[in-house]
Design a protein around this ligand. Sequence first.
Ligand code: IPE
Ligand code: IPE
Ligand code: MG
Length: 261
Amino acid sequence: MTAFATPSFFFREATLQINTDKERRELSGHLPAHVGIIMDGNGRWATKRGLPRALGHRAGTERLRGIIRLSSDLGIRALSLYAFSTENWKRPKNEVDALFGLFMEYFTNEVEELHANGVRIRMLGDVDGLPANVRAAVRAAEEKTGRNEGLRLNVALNYGARAEAVRTIRAFARETAAGTLNPEAIDEQLLLARLDTGGLPELDLLIRTGGEQRLSNFLLLQAAYAELAFVDTLWPDFSDALYMGALRDFAQRSRRFGGLQ
Ligand code: IPE
Ligand code: IPE
Ligand code: MG
């Protein structure tokens, strides 16, 4: 897997703490192909410091580089990040605006470096329901990186598993009504292929930071046999070392998928 070209603060931090080549060798064959992360705890991180919640979201965004880089360097094939849920619209307008401002900043500033490192970006969720400027920025990022062969980075924006199910079922219904799809042809494989994550490896590990032990409508069908890791640390404090710890823990799990071994 390509090493990131431009050494950055996060790169130095990562290499100081973690020997990715060694970890990769030791965990070879036991690393998840696809990791999902519910990045929770930004608001509490800020509130604990007497800061506005928006600054917690900014601090959270600053953790992305390290986590993406480590995933890429370890050879994890896909990383799906929950950034904004269909339920997060319930938050005060100023917080929603601050979040969308950060998404715009992120896509404007980071895509070039991600592209240079072979990362392929895809959005999960209802992109059509995003503000026009964000929609344009994320579509441009998908377009630019669409032929890359490195880490598959999936950003769940305006994503909810139930909304995803409704969109998918409606598409099936339209096609069966039009006579282009035989209802009997709908099987598990086709269903999974038509979800937002179609074509990605199975979700192996789902991490939630921030201490809550729930899925909050993230990848419910994809998580059918994912290993779950609930971490007490708030997302802005979720270090590369803690991520590595979750991956090492995953490597020890006994996965049976309903069978006996
Ligand atoms: C997660 O952090 C980020 C988003 C939901 C966008 P929160 O904002 O939920 O942080 P807490 O859970 O309130 O601490
Ligand atoms: C889940 O966190 C959504 C994201 C991390 C984007 P929430 O903070 O929205 O979840 P709840 O409200 O605690 O379930
Ligand atoms: Mg939260």
